[in-house]
Design a protein around this ligand. Sequence first.
Ligand code: PLP
Length: 390
Amino acid sequence: MAQPRPSDPGPRAEVVVDLAAVRHNVGLLSRTAADSGAATMVVVKSDGYGHGAPDIARTALRSGASWLGVCTLDEALALRDNGIDAPLLSWLHLPDEDFAPAVAADVDLSVSSHAHLDAVLDGARRAGRPARVHLKIDTGLGRNGCTGDDWPDLVDAAAKAAAAGRCEVVSVWSHLAFADVTDHPVTDAQAARLDAAWRHARDRGLAPMRHLANSAATMARPDLHYDLVRPGIAVYGLDPFDRPVGESPLRPAMTLRARVVNVKKVRAGEGVSYGHEFTTTRDTTLALVPLGYADGVPRRMNFGGRMRVWLGGRSRPVVGRVCMDQVVVDCGPDGGSQVREGDVAVLFGPGDGGAPTAQEWADELGTIHYEVVTGVQSRRITRTVVGENV
Ligand SMILES: *Cc1c(COP(=O)(O)O)cnc(C)c1O
């Protein structure tokens, strides 16, 4: 049996984040935005889609982005604690959260209702400075944001607070429902509603920016760039239109990989993993890779027996059920000469040489690549950053 290679230890399981890819993607997105006179906010919610928010934020700000976007106050304050002082918008809050620390830390706050505005203004009073607010209008996503009916009341209250020096209304903004479907009629209706909401705010004496575009709209709808675009997924190199690697101008930043903990020869007719869903049909070599559903490899990933990993210079099938901590790879009768304990198996990555991608996982799972990369957040996976230097 092959021995581990002490000269090449490496972590047991690893998410590798390629900041050179992030630089490439942000450069491309921010140039596209700049062509229409828009600034770029890179969205780093959910720990930078699982890639590590501070590293992504710092890299993005050096690559053409000037704003950051997050979901929660904790995410915003964690970036400030990491010394990141760029304009930063946080947008999903409870009305009874304490907004004073965020206002004090110069975090812009999205507001979707009169109650939220009051809570933010109360935080501003306690912080001793005006809040920077972005008024969110629900233009048709049917999710967060003020309804058209309640908009005049919200704008009224915000205008009064602005006149009293208690807040600055930085933007009127919204989020698209069909950005990944090019030229969907709902997108145009949403833009028209945003424009009307913005005009209403202007009529009340405010001078806000407008922003609407996520990754897909940043790439495909320059007419909707307005003052600021908010790409997320494309920053991480995953194509919002699901174009395969090679056809997409983006480069995936995340690689999930792990080292083989065990290689063994087995005879034909042996059952593999729980429930023996797979039985060897020939004498073969099995390799054990220490990643499972507790690490973000969904159990249903191998229900059709189509999961594969890149190992020993080629793509190889995962056989049997995905377990909590491990999967079994069938390396074939000659596997013992090609795969050794300690070798690195790539579960997904940029797809170099035909290795699996997050997009392929999403297709297999009937989901989107967003869910694949944000799902990999286990504490026992080492996060390694590469490509830091320009
Ligand atoms: C997540 C998010 C984005 C980024 O969307 P992508 O599709 O990842 O580009 C932009 N705006 C808001 C409000 C979001 O929640």
